[in-house]
Design a protein around this ligand. Sequence first.
Ligand SMILES: NC(=O)CC[C@H](N)C(=O)O
Length: 365
Amino acid sequence: MKAVLGLEDGTFVKGEGLGVEGIVQGELVFTTQYTGYEEALTDPSYRGQILLFTYPLIGNYGVSGETFQSEHMQAEGLVVREACDHPSHHKSRRSIYEFLRDEGKSGIMGVDTRMLTIKTREHGTMKAAIIAGSDDGEEAVRLAREQPDIGSLDLVGRVTCKQPYRVNGNKNGGSMVLMDFGVKRNIIKSLNNRGINVTIVPATTPAKDIMNYEPDAILLSNGPGDPQQAVNGISVVKELAGQLPIFGICLGHQIISLALGGNTYKMKFGHRGANQPVKDLKRGIVHITSQNHGYAVDESSIDGKEVSITQKNANDGTVEGLEHKYLEIMSVQYHPEAHPGPLDTEKIFFDRVAEKMKKIKVAVK
Ligand SMILES: NC(=O)CC[C@H](N)C(=O)O
C-alpha cells in the first residue's frame, strides 16, 4: 500500500502504508526509546499525536498484549523506518502490522525518520498527516495544515473513563481516588502492589464527589493535551489542597502546578524516551527516567515560598518534580511507573506515596 506523510511546513515524504487505508491527522512527535512500542502506542497521553520512533527497527519482538497501558492503540498514527513482519518472541501474539490493522489505525514506514526528527528538533513540533493508500504529497500537507492545534482540543474527554471503578490492592494500604485523565495501567498496578485500593474516577468529577469516597489521598494521572484544558482537575486541586495528600504524574503534575498558581508552556519538541536523566536536587543523584510530554511547568512561576522544585532534567534544566513546603503535595513530570522504560524511580515515587498514606492513617487514629 502506498502512503505519504505531510508536515505543516510543506515537507512530505512517501513510504509504504501500515495498518488500514485512511487518513490520520495529529501532531508529529518522536520518541527515542528502543523498545516498549507496545506500551507507548497504548499510552492515552499520545492521543492527538502521530508517534515516530527514532530507533530504526520496530516490531521485532511482536505484540503480546500483556503490557498494554490501555485497551487500545491510542497514538493517532505510527511512523517508522522499518517495521518487522516476522517477530520473534515467545510472548508475541501478532506482528505490529496485524496490531495496527486490528486497531483500525494507519501508519507509514520506509521513510527517513532521522531527517524528520532533525526537522522537528529544529522547527519545533509540527502538525502532520498520513494518508495510507495514496502518495499525494500536496494533499497530505494540506491535511496537516487543516487541523486544529492540539492545545485547543479536549483530548482528556476522549480518554477518561465514563464511570468510576475500583481496583483493590493486595493488602489494606489505604484508599485513593485517582483522577483519570488517560491513566496508564501501570500506575494503578504500582499503587495496588503497595496495597493501595484505587477508585478511578472520570476527569470531570467534582471535589465533593471525590470526598464522598472518603479517600486517604488523591492522585492525578497522566494524560493527553494541554494541561490548561483540564479545568476541573485544576479546581479540584485548588479545593482539596490541605484537606488530604495530593500526588500527580506528568499531566497530573502540570495540573497541580497550575492549581498552585504556576504556569505551563509548550516545549519546542518535548521529552519522549526511556533514558531522560533527572537530577534529585536534595540528594544530588541522577535517575534515568521514562518520559512523554510536550508541555512543562515554568520554574519561575512556581518556585518560591510555598513550593520547592525538587527535581530537574539534567539535559535542559526543566522542572521534573515538586513538593509543597507544608502541605502533602508531591508530583513528578516523568513516569515512575515506567512501561516503557526503566524502573529506577518506581520504588522511590510509589514507596513514598504509600509511606505518606500510612502516616496520614496513623495521624488520624
Ligand atoms: N504523559 C503525559 O501525561 C503528558 C502530559 C501532557 N499531555 C504533555 O504533553 O505534556
